[in-house]
Design a protein around this ligand. Structure first.
Ligand code: KG4
Ligand code: ZN
Length: 333
């Protein structure tokens, strides 16, 4: 089955053509980063307007790249939440229009679940249950996936998401948006043991996270030590974030006696997170699924894979499908 996937939940306009949830025929991402950079973060009103401008050309290009025509498209799917409501509405309206015009099935997918499905897109069938760590600009969740569509939230952040912590800390230090990739880059030449930043919920056995205190600690340190090498601050911050994320994930796998670990979301591109998780998984003999960075950040191919699996379980939407800014793990069908 050939799916046209649409992703407009934040500031990336992405359209993909994916066959049977596995074979990417095209996966185009039109980034708005250069526009939002000027403001130091995503401006929702601008994001939705840009999606309106970008979406039709990106759809056309995705079909051309996939070497298919409209008549070859057999299903259309879209992230319908969570995300920025104006941005989501652009994608949802387009998907509904395509479904009506071509008379093909429509599936709205939960963006959180879509991130996890980047793993199935890249690796194919995965032995379940698995522990999944979703780390993005808006979410930090540790979940147990026991079957397709069956997610149990083990713990999540009480305040800022991991990506948000990187982005806000970067902004404090005058680094460009988005801060995560920039902090990753500068950390490569920094001393990660220079500053001991606080690690929330380090010693308890919970799967809760908190990153706002860490962001504040970076701010206070940066103000008190204006001449400190930025690379050292970045590396020390990255070390603290990676330590927390990896420790909680490994603890969950051990406590639930689950051998498979998946990661997803933009922060899963982070080199320290990838290295530490690889090291810890090999030490504990866990199987680690690590999708390539392009499938970790927002993209429509993961949406198409998620929809493919949802559709196989009988999930279909009608033209009354709506966008929803707040959707949680409980909203996955
Ligand atoms: O998954 P994503 O593309 O969008 C959301 O659903 O939020 O994630 C974006 C987040 C941003 O906070 C960005 O700074 C972060 O992922 N990010 C990174 C890296 N690449 C992207 N954070 C740390 N290291 C990276 N290499
Ligand atoms: Zn995302």
């Amino acid at each position: 089955m050939i799916w046209l996937g649409i992703e407009t939940s934040c500031d990336d306009t992405s359209v993909a053509v994916v066959k049977n949830g596995r074979e990417i025929l095209s996966n185009l991402i039109s980034s708005q980063t250069d526009i939002h950079k000027i403001y130091g973060g995503v401006v929702p009103e601008i994001a939705s307007r840009k999606h309106l401008e970008n979406l039709n050309p990106v759809i056309e290009q995705a079909l051309i790249k996939a070497k298919i025509n409209w008549k070859d498209v057999e299903g259309v799917c879209v992230s319908n939440g969570p995300g920025l409501i104006g941005s989501l509405l652009v994608g949802v309206s387009a998907a509904k229009t395509i479904s009506a015009l071509l008379d093909i099935p429509l599936v709205g997918v939960n963006h959180l679940s879509a991130h996890i499905y980047a793993n199935f897109l890249h690796y194919g069938e995965i032995e379940l249950p698995a522990i999944a760590l979703l780390i993005s600009g808006g979410h930090t969740s540790l979940v147990k996936m026991s079957d397709h569509g069956a997610f149990e939230l083990l713990g999540e952040t009480r305040d800022d998401a991991a990506g948000e912590c990187f982005d806000k800390a970067a902004r404090i230090m005058g680094l460009p948006y988005p801060g995560g990739p920039e902090i990753d880059r500068l950390s490569k030449t920094g001393d990660k043991s220079k500053i001991k930043f606080p690690k929330a919920f380090w010693n308890d056995n919970s799967y809760e996270f908190s990153f706002s205190g860490l962001k504040t600690a970076v701010m206070q340190y940066y103000r008190k030590n204006p001449d400190e090498c930025i690379n050292d601050i970045c590396a020390s911050l990255q070390e603290a974030v990676a330590d927390i994320l990896v420790r909680k994930t490994i603890n969950a796998a051990k406590n639930y006696k689950i051998n498979q670990i998946m990661i997803a979301g933009g922060v899963a591109c982070n080199s320290a997170v990838r290295e530490k998780l690889t090291e810890e998984c090999s030490k504990n003999k866990f199987q680690l699924l690590l999708p390539p960075p392009v499938l970790c950040t927002d993209n429509a191919a993961m949406v198409a894979t998620c929809a493919h699996y949802d559709y196989e379980r009988g999930i279909r939407d009608t033209l009354s499908l709506d966008a929803s800014p707040i959707m949680s793990w409980d909203d996955i069908r």
